[in-house]
Design a protein around this ligand. Structure first.
Ligand code: ADP
Ligand code: MG
Length: 199
């Protein structure tokens, strides 16, 4: 079972990982974006950790709902509302249970990913965070490690794609040959589950 502390750790580990990889995320966002993805997420996840400490939500669902709300209000770029929606919708699907099972979490995260698809209109293959998130929810029922590997593979597989959504899509053919920053950060978020479970 996954308790409130697990979800709190997930967000803390994600924030740490975004801090560590911020320069790389921003570098990936330079050739096909506006070089702010790392700093956007750094600002957002640091605010998430601060608000979780201050408000101390008491259920898995409440942790993710609060985190999502905070991302939406602190991240200016496209990724803020998208990641915010992911966490908020996942949190809502978890309801107010004190602990949730792995399968229940996998189902909730799928609902979250579906909400991101609806909000951003991106499908798999459009060279966005969806290309890491969909393979992750498809394998989350197996294990966190399997989901992390699938997300990482999905992120790497965005390189030869032509972007059809977001800022990178303005570049058309010129977006080919670059790994998508949002798919890369989505893989970090999924990898943080493994570390949160180990801690
Ligand atoms: P911005 O593009 O506003 O500068 P960021 O740089 O923070 O925002 O985030 C860019 C990332 O957001 C992209 O790499 C992509 O993965 C993701 N993204 C952009 N638009 C969409 C969309 N419509 N659906 C899903 N993901 C998207
Ligand atoms: Mg950007």
């Amino acid at each position: 079972m996954l308790d409130t502390d697990f979800f709190r750790r997930w967000m803390t580990v994600a924030a740490r990982s975004v801090d560590r990889e911020a320069d790389r995320l921003t570098d990936l966002d330079s050739p096909i974006g506006d070089a702010d993805h790392g700093s956007n997420l750094q600002r957002g996840f640091n605010a998430v950790v601060a608000t979780l400490e201050k408000e101390a939500p008491e259920s898995p669902g409440a942790v993710l709902t609060l985190a999502g709300r905070q991302l939406i209000s602190t991240v200016g770029g496209a990724s803020g509302p998208l990641y915010g929606t992911l966490l908020r919708r996942t949190g809502k699907a978890l309801g107010d249970a004190a602990e949730v099972g792995e399968q229940q979490f996998a189902d909730a995260l799928r609902a979250g990913v579906d909400a991101v698809r609806q909000l951003g209109g991106a499908a798999p293959g459009d060279k966005t965070m969806i290309d890491a998130l969909v393979p992750a929810v498809d394998t989350l029922g197996e294990s966190f490690a399997a989901a992390a590997a699938a997300a990482e593979e999905g992120a790497i597989a965005t390189t030869p794609l032509r972007a059809r959504k977001g800022r990178a899509s303005y570049l058309g053919e010129r977006s080919v040959g670059h790994q998508d920053p949002g798919a890369t950060s989505a893989a970090l978020l999924v990898a943080a589950l493994v570390e949160a479970a180990d801690e």
